[in-house]
Design a protein around this ligand. Sequence first.
Ligand code: CA
Length: 235
Amino acid sequence: MTSTQTILVVEDEDSFVDAMQVGLKREGFRVEVARDGVEALEMFDSVQPDLILLDVMLPRISGIEVCRQIRKKSTVPIIMVTAKASEIDTVVGLEVGADDYVSKPYRLRELVARMRAVLRRAPDGGGSGDLHPDSIIVGDVALDPEEHRVVIRGDAAALPLKEFELLHLLLANAGRVLPRDTLIDRVWGTDYVGDTKTLDVHIKRLRSKVEDDPAQPTRIVTIRGLGYKYERPRS
Ligand code: CA
């Protein structure tokens, strides 16, 4: 059994703070609240939270900077909370080291599901067999960034570097649409000058490995006119 987990909620809007305190306590979490970025950094050391819910737009120090500062000293799970979907691209693009992202307005049920998923992946959560604690597990696909290993439906799969990096990005952002430009920038670099078809070719190769039927993908799905999304399994 797990003991009570402490969530540090970093949020300056009263309505969200109130909702989180009521909702998360009902889910069995202990809740501590920081009202701005400076307070968040101070409270991080004293509270030693199991997970941080971190609003992007904060007084004094932004959530992005808070995330950077905490990542210098801790691997604590961090879920960034964005006010607009467009902020997600910024957060993802900046590689600040967050574990997941949610956009306001979010449903408490969705948030708690993501929190539990991130907590399961956390080093103390266990349950991932011989995979490294930093592994990302989505459905029956697991990716271990430390050992550079992918396990698909229980079988180890050898992936070339770019395919591995692409899958890593997709899994780490499962459930979110990743724009084509973001994927190309993150995997091939901003100075990439090759054919944009390269992305599609790599997606096709990944599908042949992770999909049950690569001709009718249900995991790596195309979002027409935007990019690609790794579907979260229906639970
Ligand atoms: Ca805010």
